[in-house]
Every structure is written in C-alpha cells, then in structure tokens.
Design a protein around this ligand. Sequence first.
Ligand code: HBI
Ligand code: FE
Length: 296
Amino acid sequence: MTTPRRVESLLTDKGQVPVYTTAVVEQPWADYTAVEHDTWARLCARQGEILPRRACRAFLENLQALGMHGDRIPKFDALNVHLQRATGWRLIGVEGLLPELDFFQHLAAREFPVTWWIRRPEQFDYISEPDLFHDLFGHVPLLMNPVFADYMQAYGAGGVRAATFGGEPLTNLTRLYWYTVEFGLIREAEGLRIYGSGISSSQGESVYCLDSSAPNRVGFDLARVMRTRYRIDTYQKTYFVIDSFEQLFRATVAPDFGPIYYGLKGAQSIPAGALLDTDAVIQRGSGEGWLADGDV
Ligand code: HBI
Ligand code: FE
C-alpha cells in the first residue's frame, strides 16, 4: 500500500491529458473533510430525487440495499460486506484512471477500482474524469446484480485477451464499455430506463437521455456498438438500448471476440450520431445542439 495522492488528469494545451497510476490504496476515510462529506450527501440527494422512474429497477433496489443515501461518504469495507455476499465483487481504492490492462485485470478478478477522492465543490455539476461519486454511486449498485456482475467480469477477461491483439480490438472494447456500462439504457415494462453509470451519476444526462428528442436511441448490437465512435465532452448523440442484462452477458461471454475482431478489422468506424439502415431504431434523434466535431 502507498499513501493516497489525489491524481487528476492535467489540462494542457493538448486538452485533457490523463495521468495513469497503478497503485492500490487504502481509502483514507478519516481524512475526508466536512466539505467532502457534504458534497457526497448533496450529490446523492439530488440524484435520489430524479432517478426514481428513470433508473432501472436493479439500480434503484440496490442503491437502497447499499444505503447510498447517507450524509457521509461510505466506507469501502462496509460496502464490500454487501458486495461479497451478493456477487463476490470487491471494491479496491485507486488514485484515478488506470492503464487499460490493469483495469481489465482487476475486473477479470471481480475487483472494481474506485477513485478514493471526491470532486471539489466547484466541480459539483461536471467533472471530466471518474471521482468517488461516479465510481461508487454510478457503478456499485449494479455490481450487486448477479448477471451484470458476471458481464463485468467477462468484459474484463475479454479485455485481458484483447490487450494481446493490440490497438484495434482495444478500441472496439472501449466503445463497448462506453455504450453499455457507462451510457447504456435498458427497456423495462414501464419504458426505457437508465443503467449506465455515466448517466446515473449525472443530473443533466439523467434527464436528457430519456426526455430529449435530440439523441438517437437504438437497439443494442455488439458489432455495431464496437464500431461506433463516442464523445467524452458532451451528452451522447446515440444511446444503445438492451432488453436485459442476460442479453449483454450472452453477447459478451459466448464469443471469444476473436472472430468479431477479425470481422471488424479495417471496418470503417461509425460517427457518434449516424444511423444505419440495419439499425433497430427506437428514436431517430433530431440532432438539435449536436457539435460537428469531437467524436473519439
Ligand atoms: N480506470 N479506474 C479506472 N476506471 C475506469 O473506468 C477506467 C480505467 N481505465 C481505463 C478505462 N476505464 C477505459 O479505457 C475503459 O474503456 C476500459
Ligand atoms: Fe465509470
């Protein structure tokens, strides 16, 4: 264990440059200030207001079960008691973004890296990299769901294998993670619901992804998603909709990805806002407010 340092990405003249560290650290719980506990409490309360009837059932139920509505930052050890019992996952403290292979290896071992530090008050509405609120509030409730938990592990194992194939498969996998774990929607009996953590930890996008007529909403298709570019600096232009976590798990665990990568090799990437003739379109977005550049 090393002493926790707050490691943020750097804003340079080349834009936001990530700083990767690999250390696993002990959550310095006693060092959180009153302001930091207050930031956690206010973010939880605000999302707690808008997520009923927006987030999927599994997310809302487990948010309750984990007690993520208190006025203090939770202790990883206390959450781990619940997680271990439910799905065998375990939270580990990290300084921030990890290099991809390290991240995949943790997921494959059913360990979820959680950034130990929380955003500053002036970052209340937006922070461009994962902090403790995003990682805990956004990701951990679904790690309590057995099928989703298995999907995350299968994704990590796929990533470890892809890392040996080099650049293009890694890009494909990053897009899959982005459009499912971070920004996925799911169809439930009552309508479309949020399961992606990038959405559920953002007030603005929680409303936008369901209520706005601007974005596309399209049925999930693994190979299609793997070709789709995305945006890290605005709300998504396209959301992909799954019917169940089983669908996600089956699509990810059944193939070893080898043939899929082979089929995708050299395939043109798809702009974030484009629709294809083959898409199962649920909602054709109006495109209002979209920026022309900035896909990655
Ligand atoms: N590291 N701690 C952390 N959290 C992430 O979500 C994360 C990461 N490293 C890489 C990464 N995500 C992305 O490249 C995913 O596409 C895998
Ligand atoms: Fe995340």
